[in-house]
Design a protein around this ligand. Structure first.
Ligand code: NDP
Length: 340
């Protein structure tokens, strides 16, 4: 089957692309620039792959042309801004996330009647309520929705803007399915903090994706004096996120569902001993024993919220990659980029 993958240059999308090709799918992927297109083409010589430029996903008709690729059966929509370096929340974050999602769904309905399913990369950001992040009795699952409004996204801090962008983009997708009744069904993948190896071709550590930014800070010595606060205590490995996207496409029973894909809880301070054990060559960059920070609230995992990943485990068949392996593979890959 032929699959359209948006945002093929991204950290997560790179893993989805590799898995799609490995599973024998033909892939059409979109990126913003010819430079990125070339990197992807060069990384996959001889693959059943074409790379198309879509410069601005916030434009209403951005995807009209690419969805007319003959024979498309599935779409994986991952492209969405994930960074906090913006000046204007509307044009730089909210519009590409929300309008990008509605414009691709409209284009598919109009021009690609053969598409059976659209898998959308949503986020734990669309699940969590900021005011319950201190509640140890809370169990997060697919039943939860972030209550933040568009207005919060415009007036709030950058983290809120990002969370609103993911929430309203996902809501727009489910609303589209309900109101427009297209031929295709939808599944969303909602990961929390994503770690894992960077396989895309970064030219320098400065270009690292947002969720691995802390790993770079660690290996260059910025955790030495104090381990940064953990923020969200839930994580997942990027290879499991990619598996979830592909399984949500390949398994008929996955349609119509959102999937909370998380392996479990972590705190930043748990990363340090793993890195010390496996990477003695950077021991001088690491915080020494006794350095504070990056802990669970009150120093115990019992004080943090719980999670229910049973639906993704069962329906998508994910056998979650453990924390130590994920950290070792992440740090190993980031060190390789740093050595370039
Ligand atoms: P990346 O920043 O590596 O990927 C983001 C992708 O979206 C890139 O391909 C980027 O293109 C593209 N993109 C961003 N803004 C635009 C825009 N305005 N127009 C066109 N394309 C754009 O991060 P991730 O791989 O982590 O993110 C991929 C998806 O996963 C996003 O939807 C994100 O919200 C979601 N997600 C990520 C989590 C994480 O912890 N990493 C957790 C939960 C969800 P370019 O390369 O040109 O910048």
């Amino acid at each position: 089957p032929k699959v359209l993958l948006t945002g093929g240059s991204g950290f997560i999308a790179t893993h989805i692309l590799e898995l799609l090709l490995k599973n024998g799918h033909e892939v059409v992927t979109t990126v913003r620039t010819e430079e990125k297109a070339k990197i992807i083409r060069d990384a996959h010589p001889g693959a059943k792959l074409s790379v198309v430029i879509v410069p601005d996903i916030a434009q209403p008709n951005a995807f009209d042309e690419v969805v007319q690729t003959p024979g498309l059966e599935y779409v994986q929509h991952t492209a969405s801004p994930f960074h906090f370096k913006f000046k204007d929340p509307k044009t730089e974050i909210l519009d590409p996330a929300i309008k990008g999602t509605t414009s691709i769904l409209e284009a598919i309905k109009k021009y690609a009647p053969g598409v059976k399913r659209v898998v959308i990369t949503s986020s734990f950001a669309a699940i969590l309520s900021a005011d319950k992040l201190g509640d140890a009795s809370k169990t997060w699952s697919e039943a939860d929705w972030n209550p933040n409004t568009y207005e919060d996204g415009i007036t709030g801090p950058p983290g809120t803007t990002y969370r609103v962008s993911k929430t309203l983009a996902e809501k727009a997708a489910w609303d589209f399915k309900e109101k427009e009744k297209p031929n295709f069904d939808i599944a969303t993948i909602n990961p929390p903090f994503v770690f894992g190896p960077v396989v895309h071709h970064l030219s320098s550590l400065a270009d690292i994706n947002t969720s691995n930014g802390n790993m770079v800070a660690l290996i260059v010595g910025r955790w030495k004096a104090e381990i940064p606060p953990t923020g969200v205590h839930l994580w997942v490995d990027v290879r499991d996120v990619a598996k979830a996207h592909v399984a949500a496409m390949e398994r008929p029973e996955a349609g119509g569902n959102r999937f909370f894909v998380t392996t479990g809880l972590f705190a930043n301070k748990e990363i340090v001993p793993i890195v010390r054990k496996h990477f003695p060559q950077i021991a001088d960059k690491l915080p020494e024993d006794g350095v504070q920070g990056g802990d669970y609230p009150g120093g115990s995992v019992d004080n943090v919220y719980k999670y229910d990943n049973s639906k993704a485990t069962k329906v998508l068949g994910i056998d979650w990659i453990p924390f130590e392996q994920s950290i070792v593979d992440t740090i190993g890959s980031v060190l390789k980029v740093g050595a370039k």
